[in-house]
Design a protein around this ligand. Structure first.
Ligand code: SF4
Length: 331
């Protein structure tokens, strides 16, 4: 599995001019891939995912550091817990419908954790100096057991939102991707895809936080519209429902996109992509200071915080398939 969840009006998608694919993540094995799409599944040419598009919108320099420089970032307990919960919910649907109970789901926490804890960077989050394996983060729960229990509570919350015995997903942790006519490759991982007998699509995403305030709903739906656009472009069907399940507070946000909206959203993505390509061509990625800087791992290299960005890695960008006007060392 993986890990790591808008606007123009034109005619229908010209499916014949596009390459399109929907496939199951080949790494789907119930392990910890919820942190980021598996690297081995990464495309050999630049592409746009919902999270990278959101990065660029938030701060172009952040996008550069994550996508071009590929600078390492710290894991966080919250992110790892999200990965764990996603893994449990994915495994839950391996069980026969009648066995998809809260008790069975909680029993899946330990095996999911057993696979996850050996992933790079995760062990460092936990100190084993204390007998019970207490964590080094002063804000963290007092023990791994307590941390696992907090993940279990999120899993239990899921059952207040849906009855998994009545759902048979068509896809879980599914890679969806499409190449638009102008060559832009869109790709992302859908937590769950449901297909009704009449062919209606429902895209479901699990969030371990709480539902955002109304003013931030459009930001939350950006990722879901991205998936809806790819599915529309690949299947010719506009998803009947986009559903965000917030396990933090047991709330749900649903949305029914319209075709004209997806056409507009596609234009938005193309505009973002053009801006990214211009930035890569010149190596100019401006910082954009916001309250999100507090969570950024790259303040030491950010002019907004007195840092100096390293030279733009034009060689690495060119090797990854980007076009740049900057000097590149011949291979
Ligand atoms: S600290 Fe803020 S402005 Fe600087 S790179 Fe990070 S997100 Fe961008």
């Amino acid at each position: 599995m993986r890990r790591g969840r808008s606007e123009l009006s034109e005619g229908p998608p010209s499916l014949g001019t596009m390459t399109a694919m929907v496939q199951t993540d080949p790494t789907t094995d119930g392990s910890a891939a919820a942190v980021a799409p598996a690297e081995e599944a990464a495309p050999r040419r630049p592409s746009l995912s919902p999270s990278r598009a959101a990065d660029f919108k938030t701060c172009p320099l952040l996008y550069r550091y994550r996508t071009i420089d590929r600078l390492p970032e710290r894991e966080s307990l919250a992110a790892v817990r999200g990965t764990l919960v996603h893994s449990v919910l994915e495994r839950l649907y391996d069980l026969p419908p009648a066995q998809r109970t809260p008790e069975s789901a909680l029993e899946l926490v330990e095996p999911a954790w057993a696979e996850l804890r050996d992933e790079p960077g995760i062990a460092e989050l936990f100190e084993t100096g204390q007998e019970d394996g207490a964590e080094s983060d002063a804000n963290a729960p007092e023990s791994v057991a307590a941390w696992l229990a907090s993940a279990g509570k999120l899993v239990e919350k899921y059952f207040a939102l849906e009855d998994p015995r009545r759902i048979q997903p068509a896809g879980r942790e599914e890679l969806v991707e499409v190449t638009l006519p102008d060559g832009l490759l869109l790709r992302g991982y859908v937590d769950r895809l449901d297909v009704a007998p009449n062919g209606a699509l429902r895209v479901v995403d699990y969030k371990t936080g709480s539902m955002p305030r109304e003013a931030f709903e459009s930001k939350a739906l950006f990722q879901m519209k991205f998936y809806a656009l790819v599915l529309w472009r690949t299947r010719g069907v506009v998803a009947a429902q986009l559903k965000l399940l917030y396990l933090g507070d047991g709330d749900a946000l649903t949305y029914a996109p319209e075709e004209a909206e997806l056409v507009r959203f596609e234009r938005t993505l193309l505009a973002i992509w053009s801006a990214i390509e211009r930035a890569v061509a010149t190596g100019e990625f401006r910082p954009n200071k916001s309250r999100l800087c507090g969570w950024c791992d790259h303040q030491a290299l950010c002019p907004e915080f007195g840092g100096t960005p390293p030279p733009f890695p034009a060689d690495a960008a060119a090797a990854a398939g980007w076009r740049t006007t900057l000097p590149v060392t011949p291979v």
